[in-house]
Design a protein around this ligand. Structure first.
Ligand code: SAH
Length: 259
């Protein structure tokens, strides 16, 4: 499905969870506005509305006026089917971790299916709580340095807004109008299942841990955004490998030359 610029903008929501500084809310609104996004939701902001927010919004006041202000996170997620949680730190919650670029490509692919996405940003001091991250489908980490990993909230919003805009403009592997739709998370899971089964069938692991190998292979495939035709080709290769493995296991199947 081809989506328009308008579809994309109206399907992406930026959610600031418990922001403490109104200046950061304004800064986030400005960051979104520069990249064309308009839907801002605030969950339990400490001070809002506040003149400081308007000062930092630098003209993007409309986003502040239209912002949905909610008491609970779940109320900010109505209609949303895919939630991305931004976190500087790796957390106890085990979620697939994406870079901003990978996340933007996934978000675009989800929106192309007619769904809505939300990006969750945490409190300036404490970040997203585990319970908040538990509502997310994936975690996004901006690859900052380990010993100073936390960006200013509005700057984290800027990076995501920029990556989403790049993805939307077709700067990388996910232009808006592709010949074939991008593969979604569910299709990738089926592929990993098929891949795992095939590796067993061809006796690839030879006693090594299949889990580690599968994690490495997942990482490899997560670096690229496959489309549905490419995925069909890969499934085809796996199916052939499985067929050959089955033939090879049949009694009397050894080639004469190898005896
Ligand atoms: N100490 C907090 C940092 C809060 S900064 C923590 O460890 O999470 C405020 C918010 O900005 C974060 O909750 C997150 O949503 C976003 N953010 C800041 N730096 C980030 C990074 N390196 N990667 C992803 N999100 C980041």
């Amino acid at each position: 499905m081809t989506i328009t610029y308008h579809d994309f903008i109206s399907s992406v929501r930026f959610v600031l969870v418990r922001p403490s500084h109104p200046g950061n809310i304004g800064g986030a609104a400005r960051a979104m506005r520069t990249m064309g996004f308009i839907h801002l939701a605030l969950v339990a902001p400490q001070r809002f509305p506040d003149p400081q927010a308007n000062v930092l919004a630098a003209g993007a006041d409309m986003l502040l006026n239209d912002a949905a202000v909610e008491g609970e996170l779940v109320d900010a997620l109505g209609g949303v089917t895919f939630t991305l949680g931004l976190s500087a730190r790796r957390r106890a919650v085990r979620l697939p971790e994406l870079t901003p670029r990978e996340a933007a490509i996934q978000a675009l692919s989800v929106v192309s299916r007619g769904e809505r996405v939300a990006l969750l940003f945490g409190n300036e001091r404490s970040g997203l709580e585990n319970e908040e991250l538990a509502r997310c489908h994936v975690m996004v980490r901006i690859p900052s340095v380990d010993d100073f990993s936390s960006l200013n909230l509005a700057q984290a919003v800027q990076i995501m807004a920029y990556e989403l805009r790049l993805a939307m403009l077709g700067d990388n592997a996910a232009p808006l109008a592709r010949d074939h739709p991008l593969v979604d998370v569910v299709q990738m899971e089926h592929f990993y299942e098929h891949l795992g089964k095939t590796l067993d069938d061809i006796d690839f692991h030879k006693g090594r841990s299949p889990e580690t190998m599968m994690l490495r292979l997942r990482k490899l495939f997560q670096r690229i955004a496959l489309d549905e035709r490419e995925l069909r080709i890969l499934h085809g290769i796996l199916a052939d490998a499985q067929r050959m493995a089955k033939l090879a296991k049949k009694p009397g199947s050894q080639k004469t030359g190898s005896q």
